[in-house]
Design a protein around this ligand. Structure first.
Ligand code: AMP
Ligand code: ZN
Length: 468
């Protein structure tokens, strides 16, 4: 499997640190608002990377944080007259709803920065003790030049950075030894959330949280660290400096970065005001369509959001859903059960589509080509399945389409909605079963309905049902 590594700027063969396991950390959102569709891109892309590793049999430990203390969160809290904690909690919940809608799996662990302050204080203390950091008036800075390999991820030269850095000096930071040094800990300002530390009552800088949470949940060395390309510098460069200085080991073997999602061919950003939240998109489209749209381009190519592309994605997704529904319909109607010898040969040809799908995914997760392979398979199903096909053949095709779509996180099997009359019939059957004291059958029916989201209530006026 080939993975493009930002460190080497090349596609490299993926070799896990521990056989059969992948340790992966993805920088998560800062939670002060609903997530926008740009934030959704890394979520969908790296969830798909995870799903492909799992499909290949790897055990994936996937960690993704929520940054729940930050200037923007504090600003929003002041505007609303509530605590920063309340803002963060609210938007973490909302973010999780959006993730579920996009079929992004919950991470193995979703750590929160505010719950890991002790670990951050410990790592900062170690960096000071080893000469990689220093304190000035309650602020702790990382001594950037002390870390020889600084710049290796972003391929930046320290002297170029230095000349750029001088003009960018933030007021109050002129106490730094060097303009390249960055903040690990800062003292609180009036009204800000703060924690006790040996240097001042204050809070951590942004970069230190990921170094600490990655270490705690995945260990000193991980396989993949990922995020949007804007994080390469300074965030990930600084994470490398902190982690490698503190742990004395290479931090992550592979660094993956998704390109940006643009809108009207311009960078989408909160400051320009030209963004859509995932929630807004969900009012117009099933979020599966958004997922399909994101995967229709390679993750390292910029992607432009447009109504046309969303419509095309909707049609593409529907093509797969319709094929699956058709196979189901045929399965219900056919009288032939097992595959004939001839069908077996026809079915064997589907291997080709699976191979192409895997080849695309193994080439640095080329989801656009992987989708094309699913379309080829759908076309093959549409032309070879008919009223005479056996149930086994139809089921084989159906399972294959569903399985490949699932690697991409696309749900293509629509749950059949139970009609009210079917529900009533089952309730009647259950009542009859109870009369005959066949409680096993009665329970079976109750559970069957429950699985389909129908709850039965036995009342004095008889059995009532409602949707869960
Ligand atoms: P933030 O909340 O700004 O820290 O962003 C969370 C994640 O979303 C990071 O991995 C960013 O790189 C990514 N991100 C933000 N905006 C975009 C965008 N327009 N396109 C793609 N990724 C983005
Ligand atoms: Zn991070």
């Amino acid at each position: 499997m080939k993975v493009f590594n930002t460190l080497s700027k090349r596609k490299e063969e993926f070799v896990p640190i521990e056989e059969g396991k992948v340790k992966m950390y993805v920088c998560g959102p800062t939670v002060y608002n609903y997530i926008h569709i740009g934030n959704a891109r890394p979520m969908i892309v790296f969830d798909t990377v995870r799903r492909y590793f799992e499909y290949k049999g790897y055990d994936v430990n996937f960690v993704s944080n929520f940054t729940d203390v930050d200037d923007k969160i504090i600003k929003k809290a002041i505007e609303e007259g509530v605590t920063a904690e309340e803002i963060a909690k609210r938007y973490i919940e909302e973010c999780k709803k959006d993730m579920a809608g996009m079929n992004v799996k919950p991470a193995t662990t979703h750590p929160l920065a505010t719950e890991e302050i002790g670990g951050m204080i410990e790592m900062i203390g170690k960096l000071i003790a080893d000469g990689y950091a220093y304190e000035k008036n309650g602020t702790v800075y990382f001594r950037t030049r002390k870390f020889d390999e600084y710049g290796k991820l972003s391929h930046k030269n320290l002297d170029d950075l230095q000349s750029g850095g001088r003009s960018l000096l933030v007021t109050g930071e002129d106490e730094k030894e060097d303009s390249l040094d960055f903040v690990l800990w800062k003292p609180k300002k009036e009204g800000e959330p703060a924690w006790e530390s040996p240097w001042s009552d204050g809070r951590p800088g942004w970069h230190i949280e990921c170094s600490v949470m990655s270490k705690k949940y995945l260990g000193d060395q991980i396989d993949i660290h990922a995020g949007g390309e804007d994080l390469v510098f300074p965030h990930h460069e600084n994470e490398i400096a902190q982690s490698e200085a503190a742990n004395g080991k290479e931090f992550s073997k592979y660094w993956m970065h998704n390109a940006f999602l643009n809108i009207d061919n311009r960078k989408m950003s909160k400051s320009l005001g030209n963004f859509f939240t995932v929630r807004e998109i969900s009012e117009q489209y099933d979020l599966q369509v958004l997922r399909f749209f994101m995967l229709s381009a390679h993750y390292r190519s910029p992607l432009n959001f447009s109504a046309d592309l969303m419509e095309a994605s909707k049609n593409g997704l529907e093509r797969i859903i319709t094929a699956v529904a058709n196979l189901k319909h045929l399965m219900g109607a056919t009288t032939a059960d097992v595959m004939t010898e001839e069908e077996k040969l026809v079915f064997e040809k589907t291997n080709e589509f699976v191979e192409n799908f895997e080849k695309a995914m193994e080439d640095d997760f080329n989801t656009a080509d992987a989708i094309s392979s699913v379309f080829e398979l759908v076309k093959y199903a549409n032309t070879t399945a008919n009223g005479e096909s056996s149930k086994e053949y139809l089921e084989g095709l159906l399972n294959l389409i569903v399985k490949l779509a699932d690697v991409l996180g696309l749900i293509v099997e629509k749950e059949e909605e139970l009609l009210a009359e079917d529900i009533e019939k089952l309730i009647e059957e259950r009542q009859a079963a109870r009369k005959e004291k066949n409680f096993q059958r009665a329970d079976e029916i109750r559970n069957e309905l429950l699985e389909k989201g129908i709850i039965l209530e036995d009342t004095r006026e008889g059995v009532k049902w409602r949707k869960a």
